[in-house]
Design a protein. Structure first.
Length: 644
């Protein structure tokens, strides 16, 4: 998201780059003064934190760090919290008064770690930090020394603090035996919610009632109520847990595809966002009256939505032809996103291809030049629990404007199509998804929308993994490939990755590499490196902990030994990056590489801003959130448990 043009004091220089970065997310809002907000914006090609005052329409730059800043929040006293992390993703929370002033540690006494959740109840704040041994949760307040209250081994994140400050929610793997655990602030467990018979995601405790008279515990208002989403049968539904009533699934409010939800400030209604077949729908669910009402939004995708006071809903809307824009149902002034103006060139449509587990959905962008069967690029999404949306994508913009057709395939395993589609891996991990890419390729050729001698692949993270696997297992189908920060050796990536990603791998493969070695080997691109025929560009990060550099180097060595033509580009960054220069460098290199491999238009890459998305330095901007975002969307496993 670009900094608003009216931002006073934004520290830009005369030699700043001509590109900008933007991050398509909603601003964080002060719980006691909704006009005061904080957001990530552009500062000379870096992501930095800005304030936004809806009353004055003015912004102010808060942070100025060489490698950018991403995480922020606004406390009840309107102080801006931001995460001061090093290039390996470890750091501490700092705070600055909303009008400005010196930065200071937000919770004195808390050591450095990776951000794993932030929750507040009045002036009491809980911070989750990740380290080699798992999650540590600290409790404190502004300028008060915090105390360690909880340690949880393995992959875990803080998911909420009750309004009375007495309970903590911690989430792990949504399908695990302790998907969500509620603890007292002395560290003792209160309840463990299993995901073994249907995934469970925690979405936070109900806020304190705005009317103090309604805050008293009673039959209609528990002392603490935790909002969840449960997968049940063939769909998903909101659920709640409270100390007195236990777990209750609101099955009357069921959906056939993935949802997420947020509490309204009254603590009795929730705003539900459904992702369905590449598009989004908003609803207000009243848990007491058992009613579900749609919230009108234009057709397309709602990237994020949040209920505010007085019934207002802030949401971030887009479609494939329209860059994201912030909207308010009550007309509240919101900062501009900073995306390109106008519509994306070309024609944007979709198609469905028959498959063994149902039709495969593809979003298709076609250039406006009218060229007969232009070169085609498959932009392969990551995750794997994610999906491509009817949403603006800077890479689609760049490619279509440069004369390429673009296919975005929601292969089996993608979210947005229901539990059965999400669990469909009949050909094996990765191989199932490659089969869907090949089927869509054949369908596009049959429909005379592509020619078989000019088709390339481009993906990042798990999408980059699928690019490598497709090039090796079906080498005759592709003429070029770009894999950015990919998984290249499944077993080695498991051994050298994070605890959260090891848990993801074990869920996908049904065990560790030692327990099911053949499954890992069969799905590993390294096994097929000597079969690759198409020219290949591999981009990797020297600080990447999700797709570690060692396994990429092993794959590159195998390509060299087999005489496979390839190029390598190394970035001094982690899996996610906040520097616009890195994104643009990858974009330019990849566009030139594809132009040679596909004999495509040899024009300069169409320069578009980069959306900070889950993919890292690919420029893809698949709009599902922010890199390193530690909150959990229902229907997904959360950023730390996906490579994206």
């Amino acid at each position: 998201m670009s900094a608003p043009a009216s931002a006073p004091g934004a520290r830009h220089t005369s030699d700043q780059p001509r590109f900008k970065v933007y991050r398509a997310v909603l601003p964080e809002v002060c719980p006691t003064d909704p006009a005061r907000m904080a957001l990530t914006g552009d500062a000379g090609g870096r992501c930095e934190i800005f304030t936004w005052n809806a009353r004055t329409g003015r912004a102010r730059q808060v942070t100025d760090r060489p490698h950018g800043t991403l995480h922020c929040a606004v406390a009840a006293d309107a102080a801006v919290w931001w995460f001061d992390e090093d290039r390996d993703g470890h750091g501490i929370w700092r705070r600055q008064d909303f009008p400005g002033g010196p930065d200071r540690p937000a919770l004195p006494g808390v050591p450095a770690g990776a951000p794993r959740g932030l929750a507040a109840a009045g002036d009491t704040v809980a911070v989750g930090l990740g380290g080699p041994d798992g999650l540590s949760v600290y409790l404190g307040g502004p300028d008060r020394t915090a105390r360690l209250v909880l340690r949880v081994a393995g992959a875990a994140a803080l998911a909420g603090l009750s309004a009375d400050g007495g309970l903590l929610a911690v989430t792990t793997t949504a399908a695990g035996p302790d998907a969500v655990t509620v603890y007292r602030t002395d560290g003792s467990p209160v309840a463990r919610l299993s995901g073994r018979h249907g995934r469970v995601w925690s979405l936070g405790f109900a806020p304190a009632a705005p009317d103090p008279a309604s805050a008293a515990p009673g039959p209609d208002r528990p002392v603490a109520e935790l909002l969840l989403v449960r997968q049940h049968g063939t769909g998903y539904a909101p659920a709640t847990w409270s100390p007195g009533s236990g777990l209750h699934t609101h099955s009357w409010c069921g959906f056939d595809t993935e949802i997420t939800a947020r509490w309204y400030p009254d603590g009795r209604r929730v705003l539900v966002r459904q992702d369905r077949r590449g598009r989004s729908h908003l609803f207000t669910a009243d848990l007491d009256r058992r009613t579900l009402e749609p919230v009108p939004t234009p057709p397309g995708t709602v990237l994020d939505a949040a209920p505010r006071g007085d019934g207002d809903v802030h949401y971030l809307w887009t479609d494939s032809a329209t860059p994201p824009r912030l909207c308010s149902t009550a007309g509240t002034p919101l900062p501009t996103v900073g995306a390109p103006a106008g519509r994306v060139p070309g024609r944007h449509t979709e198609l469905w291809t028959d498959g063994p587990d149902g039709p495969v959905h593809t979003l298709l962008g076609l250039p406006a030049t009218g060229a007969d069967r232009p070169p085609l690029v498959f932009l392969v999404h990551g995750g794997p629990t994610d999906h491509d949306r009817d949403a603006y994508d800077p890479m689609v913009h760049s490619l279509v404007a440069s004369g390429y057709a673009v296919a975005r395939v929601n292969y089996r395993g993608s979210t947005g199509y229901g539990p059965r589609w999400r669990a469909a891996y009949r050909e094996g991990v990765g191989l199932t998804q490659v089969a869907d890419l090949a089927a869509v390729r054949a369908d596009l050729i049959r429909r005379e929308l592509a020619r078989p001698d000019a088709i390339g692949l481009w993906g990042t993270s798990w999408g980059g993994y699928l690019v490598l696997l497709a090039l090796g297992t079906r080498p005759d189908l592709w003429q070029a490939g770009v894999a950015v920060k990919p998984v290249a050796d499944c077993a080695l990536a498991h051994r050298s990755g994070t605890p959260a990603l090891r848990a993801l791998d074990e869920a996908l493969f049904g065990g560790t590499p030692e327990e099911v070695p053949e499954r890992y080997a069969r799905s590993s691109p390294l096994r097929y490196a000597d079969r690759v025929r198409a020219p290949l560009l591999v981009v990797a990060g020297t600080r990447d902990t999700k797709c570690p550099p060692g396994q990429v180097r092993a794959y590159l060595a195998a390509l060299t030994a087999a005489g496979v033509p390839h190029e390598a580009m190394w970035l001094d960054s982690g899996h996610d990056g906040y520097l616009g220069g890195d994104h643009v460098a990858v974009l330019r290199r990849a566009m030139a590489f594809l132009g040679r491999g596909l004999h495509g238009p040899r024009r300069e890459a169409h320069r578009t801003p980069r959306t900070e998305g889950h993919g890292g330095e690919d420029g893809s901007g698949h709009a599902a959130g922010a890199p390193g975002d530690r909150t959990t969307d229902a229907g997904t496993t959360g950023r730390d448990t996906e490579r994206r």
